[in-house]
Design a binder for this molecule. Structure first.
Ligand SMILES: Nc1ncnc2c1ncn2[C@@H]1O[C@H](COP(=O)(O)OP(=O)(O)OP(=O)(O)O)[C@@H](O)[C@H]1O
Length: 309
């Protein structure tokens, strides 16, 4: 492994049995300043992974290091205060508190709690003042949770489906705020999400979980650059000879090929003097579908991040 001091999270062969499903083994390194999107169908283990990173849930096996150190029991408070967490389901114990009371309660845990920032965010997100959390709408409650998660300037932000319940305006505001955190505070973000647009706009890396199995980690830009659909005049043999072909078919006089090595495929066709008549970049959701079906080349999904590259 490269410069371990720069790693915010290191998971080594982490497993957890949840009901009848085993999650993992997960081996994952997240260096400082990156945004990692956790992606996978319902029940694939995204929340379980985040819960293990907050220590709300303990792994059955494997090792987790936070900011370079492993801890046995609860995370010490000096580590917890670097971590902002927005769960998918909110804590019901706080339902009878107003947003301000809940914030004051949380501020005790975070020495870096920035009340001015919290109030600015509450205003920006238009969270109703002096109202019990139980009386907030789902989207308002999520906006409060986001403001509270950001108020202590966390070094690591764990977000579980952050956009759930947000209207498009609030969603855009959330994206802007997260972008600012990444830019100005170099916050490391690990977020579970189903929203392709969110992944496209925020993530540097994508981690795919499928039915509890960790299918790897891929660099988003590389996936998007590499996946193309090509149409060209040629034979079936020309099509099948191309690198990393995921799909191919004949459309009239043309060959249609879906490849995850677009640059090499185009070069091979050009060298053979074959005319490419049309190209289309694959959408991220199409690439994810191929990935979940195990069709992506292994070296593309076992990306080593940052200093490990
Ligand atoms: N408290 C629990 N007790 C037993 N099994 C659980 C518990 N919580 C989750 N599970 C199971 O663990 C597996 C992973 O669940 P998890 O919530 O981590 O998935 P997820 O990817 O976050 O799903 P979603 O997209 O629906 O939020 C599922 O099979 C789920 O049924």
């Amino acid at each position: 492994m490269g410069n371990a001091e720069n790693n915010v999270i290191e998971m080594q062969d982490v497993t957890k049995t949840r009901g009848r499903r085993q999650i993992g083994p997960i081996t994952l390194t997240v260096p400082a300043g990156y945004v990692v999107a956790l992606v996978g169908h319902n029940g694939s283990g995204k929340s379980t992974l985040l819960n293990m990173l907050t220590r709300l849930s303990l792994p059955d096996a494997g090792h987790i290091r936070w900011f370079g150190r492993e801890y046995d029991g609860e995370l010490p408070s000096e580590i917890r205060q670097w971590i902002g967490y927005m769960p998918e389901h909110f804590y019901s114990e706080e339902n009878r508190m107003t947003a301000e009371q809940a914030a004051a309660f949380r501020a005790h845990w975070y020495s870096g709690w920035d009340e001015i920032r919290f109030r600015e965010l509450m205003e920006k997100f238009e969270v109703p003042e002096h109202t019990k959390l139980s009386k907030l709408s789902k989207g308002e409650r999520r906006r409060f949770e986001l403001a509270a998660a950001l108020a202590p300037h966390p070094r690591l932000l764990l977000l579980d489906e952050p956009s759930s319940g947000l209207d498009p305006f609030a969603w855009k505001m959330m994206l802007e705020e997260l972008r600012d955190c990444m830019r100005n505070e170099k916050t490391t973000i690990i977020m579970a999400t189903h929203i392709i647009d969110e992944i496209k706009r925020l993530a540097d890396y994508i981690v795919l979980l499928h039915e509890g199995r960790h299918l790897g980690c891929a660099e988003k830009d590389r996936l998007l650059e590499s996946g193309k659909e090509l149409w060209f005049e040629g034979t079936e043999e020309d099509a099948s000879d191309l690198p990393c072909v995921l799909e191919r078919s004949r459309e009239g006089l043309l060959q249609r090929v879906v490849t995850m090595e677009a640059a090499a495929a185009v070069e091979a066709l050009e060298e053979a003097g074959i005319r490419i008549l049309r190209t289309r970049a694959l959408e991220l959701d199409e690439i994810m579908m191929h990935w979940a079906a195990g069709r992506l080349p292994q070296e593309m999904t076992s990306e080593r991040k940052g200093n490990e590259a």
